[in-house]
Every structure is written in C-alpha cells, then in structure tokens.
Design a protein around this ligand. Structure first.
Ligand code: ZN
Length: 561
C-alpha cells in the first residue's frame, strides 16, 4: 500500500488532458476540516469545506481552517462547492472561502443549504445555491455529479458520484448504514451497487469508525435508555447534544411528550437550527410541547426539559457555563443531565471536568459511559467491508480520519480484495492523480493548519501557539533595563514585573551579574537596540532556568539612560 512521506514530495507535475487530480486539503490526518479538491482540464470542483476544532495545545484558537493557498490564484476555475451534509466539519469553512470569491455556487441538499445559509447570513454573505436531492444529476463544468442518499447523525446527507473523463469517483461523505433510521431514509446501497456495476475508479470513504469492529447500533436502540431517564428523573432534565443532531433531539422531544414534560431550546445555534429543521419538516414537534425558555420558570421542575449545546466541553457553550455556575440556568440537587452525544477525541478531559462539576452541584449525569444514550454517526468496519464488496472499487482513498483510522480503513479495503498498490493512504495536501484507471500520489501542495483567532485568519501561527504554551507553563517575566548607551552598562538596578511566575524576594538576586557579563560581551560586538533587548532577555532567561528550574517567557525592555 503506497504511503509516501510528505517530505519526499514536491509540487506535482502539470496534469495531462483528461486526467483527474484529487487534492485533499483537510480531513486526512485529523477528524475535521474536511475538504477535497478535484481538478480536470483546468477546472476545479470542491467537495466539503469544514472546520477543525482546536485541542488543548492550541489555546485561544476558535477554529482551524483548511489552507486555501493553492486555490487562491485559481478561484475563477472553481465550478462549485458540493456540501455532503450540514456538519461544521464539512461546512464551517465555507464563509472563509466565499470571502475570497462569493459567487462560487454551493450544491447541497435542502437541510444542508439551510444550515449553511443561516451561517453565511451571520457573515453577511448571500450565496448562490443549487439544491439537489438523492437521485439528482447535475453538471458542474466537466464534472458530472450524481447524488445518493446516505444516513448519518444529521438528516439529508448525500454521497456524491463524480463522472469525469478519467473515470467514476464515489465520495461517501460521512455515512453509516443504520437499517432503521428515524426518518426511514437509509443509505442507498442500490445506488452504490449501480455505481459499482458502472465501475468505480476511485472510492473516497469515511474512515472515522474503521477501527470499530462490527456494525454501528441503530439510532432507534437508544429509545429505552432515553425513556428510562424521562420515566425516573425527579426534577428537571437538561439535555446536551449537537445543535444539528435533529433525530436525537426528535427522540428527546418524543420522550418529553410521552412523559408530560415541556421542552425549551437553549443557546443561539440550538434555537436557530431547530427552527430551521421544524420549518422544513425534518423535526416534528407536537402542538404546545416546545415553549420559550423564559416561561419555564413558572412550571414545576418535574415538567421541565431543557435542550442545550455544549456536549463537547466547549468552554463557552451553555452546559460548560452551567457547570461553572455562570449561566442563567442554575443546576441543582435532583436535576438530571443527559449528555446525548459522543466524546470527540481530545475533548475527554474537558467533558469529564464538566461531569464532575455537575455532579458536585447535585445533578445525576447520564452519559454514554453509564447508559446507552449515544450511537455513532459513522460506519463501523462491518459496514465498510459491505461497501467495498458491493462497489468493488479499482482504487481507494480513505478520507476523514487520523492516520490510524485511514490505515485501518485501507486494511479493510485490502481484506476485500482491492489491490494493495491501489489503496492510497495520503495526507492533507498530497495530490493523487487518476490516469489510465490507476491512482497514484503525484506530489503535494501547501496544506498547513490555518488558525482563526478572533477576527484574524491565518495570523496566529504555530510560533504564536508555542509562545502561548510557554506562557501557560512558566508565566511571563518583564525586565526593565536602564542602559547607558555610551558604555553599554546598566545605569540603574534592573526592575522586574511578572505574571503567572512564582518567585520570592531573592529569585532575581544574582541576575544583575549575569546581565552585566552579557552586556560586556555584547558591547565588543557593537549591537543595536533590538539585539540588546535579546541579549538581556537571554541572560535573564538562562539565569532563571539555572537557579529556579523554571522557564518563563522573558521580555526585556531597554531604555537609554
Ligand atoms: Zn458529519
């Protein structure tokens, strides 16, 4: 199985006429920021454009985008952006790409387009949209698109088949094969089989659950555990879920209705998305069941259900603020909190922290660790093997996953008889060319992590994050030095200011000697002001590290005496 290391790759050669180039710009090597670019005869098609959520070692970052650099001087060649479904890791990057060229058509299903349009409204962008449904055929330049229904943890997901001069490509998007989904819209294996008969030259497959053996449990199987919560909760029930998991929330609404409770949606994204889902008929709400949050105060606790976001431990989401006593909803003795969601890898400690705090407040917390209140939205190994056997693809490119997920998915493809030489485990930025029915890695383009920090995009770098990490670990020491420019010697004793750095009265006692020595050495080399600051900062930093066994960020400010 070809697994070329990115260091051994360079810019790909020009693409021959009729060949297809596939460039994943995100989602290969991480769970999130899914984006793949297809190129043929100078025309481009983008499939998905999502965000990645930051981890603990990326403090202060809001979201992480795919790197659009390789597209920026070719934006006029982009025929369309196909959105497979409405999750943030597939649509969250669209506003940032449309800022570069607002009239790129967005192709997607009804609910997917409704979610992205609501998001774009907040960015003051009115997109050009093309609504499609399962079974539809649509042409975008040289790309012939055909859509097939897939079942996932959000309604209205689509796989997309792309007919090109180089062959037929099938991209599953995120999918699973729940045979009894709440909306009875199953993954269209008949369409997959038809594509297989036609001959799938390149199969791009969701790898998220490739390591999980067997089959993903049906969404319907959660009903008893959810019902149990509603049957036994003595006071309020507070449910936290993704703001897009329409079917899970439908199950909550049904249980609340059955047990005579009212429901209020809490949080902007939850209220917005559930409004959209209800208006478009994806969510069925019995008359009078959902009430405004403000009206709940006058109701007895055992009649109340609150549905909010924050199931991933995001610091600003409603549940996290409730756990910290920083929300208008005060969690108290006898409340039941239901976490109807998965734990995204990397978020575990934040979520366990929230569970502990909620427990300390007297709540009973029901989560996937102690009750069957969550199933995954992704196909497990058994389902993936099924797909390979139905489709019999000629070449396979596992997508959506960290390296271990991609490799596990590749192994599944090989186990069904796909030629190992044609199963390609790639990384973000690698280009895969489909020529004469054979897919091969041909080079790489820029595909770094692009950080959104407040209003800035791409300004925070890995160096910024490293500095933040250092400050987080050791604090900051600022040293003010009054230096005589004629002699490059200290004119006054050094002054120290610190934040987050633990010290005592004698911590800086010997540092002046060290700084003097560094200044003497420097003055022989005729250095400028910036170098002087670096010299003093370096001397202080070395001294603190040696005597104090600690490494704060040291900032030196030099003032001429
Ligand atoms: Zn998804």
């Amino acid at each position: 199985m070809p697994t070329t290391h990115p260091n051994n790759l360079s810019t790909p050669p020009p693409l021959p006429p009729g060949a297809l180039r596939v460039t994943p710009l995100g989602g290969l090597g991480e769970i999130g920021r899914n984006m793949t670019v297809f190129e043929q005869d100078g025309k481009l098609l983008v499939v998905d454009c999502g965000v990645l959520f930051p981890e603990d070692h990326q403090p202060g970052i809001d979201v992480i985008l795919p790197d659009f650099t390789s597209l920026l001087d070719r934006l006029d060649q982009v025929e369309a952006i196909v959105l497979t479904h409405g999750h943030e890791d597939h649509i969250g990057g669209v506003p940032y790409l449309l800022k570069e060229r607002p009239d790129i058509p967005l192709i997607g299903s009804q609910l997917t387009l409704a979610f992205i349009e609501a998001k774009l409204k907040e960015h003051r962008i009115r997109p050009v949209t093309v609504q499609v449904a399962a079974g539809d055929i649509h042409h975008a330049g040289p790309f012939g698109l055909e859509f097939a229904a897939v079942n996932h943890s959000i309604p209205d997901g689509l796989a997309v088949a792309i007919r090109t001069a180089a062959g037929l490509v099938l991209n599953t998007g995120d999918f699973k094969m729940d045979q009894f989904p709440l909306d009875e819209r199953i993954t269209d294996l008949r369409a997959f089989a038809r594509f297989g008969e036609e001959g799938v030259d390149l199969f791009l497959v969701d790898s998220t659950n490739a390591e999980v053996p067997g089959f993903t449990t049906s969404e319907r199987d959660l009903a008893p555990a959810i019902d149990q919560v509603f049957a036994t909760a003595p006071r309020r029930i507070i449910v936290s879920s993704f703001a897009s998991h329409v079917h899970r929330i439908q199950q909550i609404l049904d249980a609340a209705h059955k047990h005579g409770r009212k429901v209020a949606f809490v949080g902007r994204s939850m209220v917005r998305n559930m409004g959209i889902a209800r208006d478009l008929g994806y969510l069925s709400i019995p008359q009078g069941l959902v009430v405004d949050f403000k009206k709940l105060g006058s109701m007895p606790d055992q009649k109340v259900t609150l549905v909010c976001t924050g199931s991933q431990g995001e610091p600003l989401a409603a549940l996290s603020r409730m756990a910290n006593g920083d929300h208008q909803i005060r969690v108290s003795e006898g409340d039941t909190v239901l976490l109807a969601s998965s734990l995204i890898p990397g978020n575990e400690s934040a979520i366990y922290g929230i569970i502990n705090k909620l427990t300390d407040l007297g709540a009973k917390v029901v989560h996937k660790g102690n009750a069957k209140v969550h199933v995954s939205g992704h196909a497990s190994a058994g389902e993936l093997v099924y797909c390979y056997n139905i489709i019999k693809p000629r070449n396979v490119l596992p997508i959506h996953g960290e390296s271990k997920h991609l490799h596990a998915n590749a192994a599944l493809a090989i186990s069904t008889g796909v030629d190992p030489e044609r199963v390609i485990v790639a990384k973000d930025g690698m280009t895969i060319d489909l020529i004469d029915g054979r897919a091969r890695i041909s080079g790489k383009v820029q595909a770094g992590l692009v950080y959104v920090d407040g209003k800035t995009v791409g300004r925070a770098t890995d160096d910024t994050l490293q500095e933040r990490q250092l400050m987080r670990e050791g604090g900051v020491v600022t040293v003010l030095a009054l230096v005589d420019p004629a002699t490059n010697t200290l004119a006054e004793p050094l002054e120290f200011l610190s934040r987050g750095f633990v010290h005592d009265d004698h911590t800086f006692d010997g540092v002046a000697v060290e700084v003097d020595r560094a200044l003497k050495k420097a003055s022989a080399q005729h250095i400028d002001g910036n170098q002087l600051e670096a010299t003093i900062g370096g001397a202080v930093s070395r001294y603190i590290q040696r005597t104090h066994r600690s490494a704060p960020v040291v900032i030196a400010i030099v003032v001429d005496a």
